[in-house]
Design a protein around this ligand. Structure first.
Ligand SMILES: Nc1ncnc2c1ncn2[C@@H]1O[C@H](COP(=O)(O)OP(=O)(O)O)[C@@H](O)[C@H]1O
Ligand SMILES: [Mg+2]
Length: 298
């Protein structure tokens, strides 16, 4: 019940603030979507669970959210919401479909863009195809306040480019040393590329109340010492919670099937922090147009 009350309060706050157009980072000037790339370094740390459930948690508090499934190898957002996409961005690139025709409607009006290979071949697209894609992409600006991009594991050129092109970056790690090492490597690459970007950290699969904060503090110390130009921000932790996996088995995201679970509470908290947080670094061109523009220049 506490959760429901909280959600009601947050939703009311958001809707009121949206009307006043006064909340920083939330449609604060015109209609720019805020683009987040979610990446991790290591696989299996919970990126896709986070993207889908964070998207839903944001819609719960009155935001409009579009998810782009850019995990080419293991695209599975559609599985989590129990749909089979017929088309993807590759169909937009080759001109046979427009963006509206490939968008999947998920629960709570969440919108999902199946990535396919369209977005990944950007560097190799001819001018006509690239223009087609960019024109279509511009429409996403109208569809969402937040655009969340789920990526593949590993520090591939594509993933790093997506991180560099987005307005914000969410780094997902777990307390495991292997995940932390890979998370640090990701931060190092981003730093070396000269991206001046605040990295928002989520520690997933924690056990115990203060483990997330401790892990974050450790990462922060190392980053302060070795990557002084990198700015970190702690978004919070998500405890190990069996509902996460059972929700996947039931093809229903846990934020919907188990709204009062520890994982859902954690996601609500993270959603609120994201929505209430102003943009750390203001790129010259914002929103999806800026994202594509920067992606082209990589
Ligand atoms: N907080 C959590 N508690 C319990 N299981 C989790 C949690 N987060 C993720 N999982 C499980 O971990 C596995 C990997 O999650 P997934 O989101 O697919 O990771 P990734 O996208 O990073 O590869 C899934 O089986 C998922 O159910
Ligand atoms: Mg995934």
């Amino acid at each position: 019940m506490i959760m429901t009350d909280q959600a009601e309060k947050l939703r009311a706050t958001f809707q009121a603030r949206e009307r006043e157009n006064s909340l920083p980072g939330f449609r604060d000037s015109g209609r720019h979507a805020r683009v987040f790339t979610v990446a991790s370094g290591k696989g299996g740390v919970g990126k896709t669970s986070l993207v889908v459930n964070l998207g839903l948690a944001l819609t719960r508090i009155g935001c409009r959210v579009v998810i782009i499934d850019a995990d080419l190898g293991l695209a599975n957002i559609d599985v989590m919401i129990n749909t089979v996409p017929k088309y993807n961005l590759a169909d937009v690139v080759n001109g046979s479909k427009n963006l509206q025709e490939i968008i999947i409607k998920g629960p709570l009006d969440l919108k999902i863009v199946p990535g396919g290979s369209g977005l990944f071949d950007l560097a190799n697209l001819d001018r006509v195809k690239r223009t087609t894609l960019l024109e279509q992409f511009g429409e996403l600006e109208e569809e969402g306040d937040f655009i969340l991009i789920d990526t593949s594991a590993g520090i591939s050129r594509n993933v790093v480019s997506f991180v560099g092109a987005a307005d914000d970056f969410i780094l997902v790690t777990t307390p495991e040393p292997t995940a932390l090492t890979d998370a640090y490597s990701m931060l190092k690459v981003i730093s070396e590329r000269g991206y001046k970007k605040k990295s928002h950290v989520v520690v997933n699969l924690t056990r115990g109340v203060s483990q997330g904060q401790k892990i974050y503090n450790g990462l922060h110390r190392v980053v302060e010492n070795y990557l002084p130009a990198m700015e970190l921000n702690y978004l919070g932790d998500v405890r190990y919670d069996p509902v996460v996996s059972s929700a996947v088995h039931n093809f229903c995201p846990f934020v919907i099937s188990h709204p009062n679970s520890a994982a859902s509470t954690a996601l609500s908290r993270i959603a609120w922090r994201i929505a209430a947080n102003g943009e750390a670094e203001m790129p010259s061109t914002r929103g999806i147009a800026g994202f594509i523009d920067r992606l082209r220049k990589q």
